[in-house]
Design a protein around this ligand. Structure first.
Ligand code: F6R
Length: 366
């Protein structure tokens, strides 16, 4: 059932062009400039009138939620708070009846997320689910929602579920923005066409697997790693670090690149690899300065850059090139090399990639 792959995780990483496409199927209509999300049709007014969106999740689903925050604020102009479900449920949060709560969960069974939903629901908020397992507990507890169509995810480390969640959040933000009138027709058109091309671009990153494996070999024995990104790629830095910790047991931290000088820069020496997500789209000049700061302290830079990049290639120890896209769609592409890097490093270290120690696929206890 691993389809010829050595591990489920690798199979699931490689499935992403398809799982992203499946999560868009019937929903993305680039030719008519439309997004159709049947599951939330009856609740679109709630979205349009919402003064605030609260996104709930845990782990990787929380990281997808952070990308959702940037999307909804940037495109739909709605303020967003992203909350760890476990913190939200225990801290007497302020919840209004016109809040829209988006709960994200691959398994649909995460105990903290479910409890946070029940709390928000009891205060009268509208609850929208983004889940992968059809008929699981969370979709049953929500008012409405849109499934991710990633297919079964067996590897404990979440990969294709993350990109499917980000895909659905993107469609949702675009749909709401369109209904609200907060996006111009030209921008909507451009983003839909670009979104449609993402599966092929993801494939182009997968095609660089050999190069990524070569880089993994060089860094497989490190004890620590930093992941840096800005804007839309900050959540990707967190996700890259989580992937490395959970399957290879290497200590890793993700940071917004500009925060480095407020503390983590003290850790940098010639032993410390920094994985920097540095595509052209976004705060390019700023991230170039962050790379210089690391190099000045002899840190190692492995940079994820846009195809054809020159400047960062001269500064970095290694680069991985990814196709260009709109800034707000970049997480769907930039996370792929980080998934592959963690996978290869874990395999090289002899770790049980599909079933890392101490972890379960769904966390049904708090
Ligand atoms: C990370 C991972 C976990 C889950 C988290 C939430 O690779 O798998 O961090 O993302 O336990 O699980 P779901 O999405 O099922 O609610």
């Amino acid at each position: 059932e691993k389809g010829g792959y050595e591990h489920f995780m690798l199979k699931e990483i490689y499935e992403q062009p398809r799982s992203i496409r499946d999560s868009m199927r019937g929903r993305l209509r680039p030719n008519s400039d439309q997004v159709e999300l049947g599951g939330i049709r009856d609740y679109i007014k709630k979205f349009v009138n919402a003064k605030r969106i609260i996104i709930l999740g845990c782990g990787t689903s929380w990281h997808a939620g952070l990308v959702g925050e940037y999307l909804f604020e940037d495109i739909a102009r709605i303020p967003v708070e992203v909350e760890y479900a476990s913190e939200f449920r225990y801290r007497n949060p302020v919840i209004y009846e016109d809040d829209v709560v988006i709960a994200i969960s691959q398994s649909g069974e995460t105990a903290d997320t479910l409890a946070a939903i029940e709390l928000a629901k009891s205060k009268g908020a509208t609850i929208i689910g983004i889940c992968n397992v059809i008929g699981s507990s969370i979709p049953r507890a929500t008012h409405a929602g849109s499934y991710t169509h990633a297919g079964p995810e067996i590897g404990v480390a979440s990969t294709k579920a993350f990109t499917a969640q980000v895909t659905v959040l993107t469609l949702m933000a675009l749909h709401v923005a369109h209904q609200k009138g907060s996006i111009t027709n030209q921008r909507l058109h451009r983003l839909l066409i670009e979104l449609d091309s993402i599966p092929d671009k993801v494939q182009k990153v997968l095609d660089q697997n050999e190069k990524i494996k070569y880089i993994a070999e060089i860094y497989k024995d490190v004890h620590n790693a930093l992941y840096l990104g800005r804007g839309y790629n900050f959540p990707v830095a967190l996700e890259g670090a989580l992937k490395l910790k959970e399957i290879s047991y290497i200590h890793a931290e993700g940071y917004p690149a500009a925060e480095m000088k407020h503390g983590p820069i003290a850790l940098i020496d010639e032993e410390m690899p920094c994985f920097v997500i540095a595509p052209r789209a976004g705060a390019y000049d700023k991230i170039v300065s962050n790379i210089q700061e690391v190099k000045a302290r002899k840190g190692k830079i492995i940079a994820i850059v846009t195809e054809g990049e020159k400047l960062i290639k001269e500064m970095a120890d290694h680069t991985i090139e990814i196709p260009d896209t709109e800034e707000c769609l970049m997480p769907l592409i930039s996370v792929i090399p980080l998934q592959l890097l963690s996978y290869h490093i874990a395999v090289m270290r002899g770790c049980n990639v599909d079933q890392p120690r101490n972890l379960a696929k769904s966390v049904t206890v708090e």
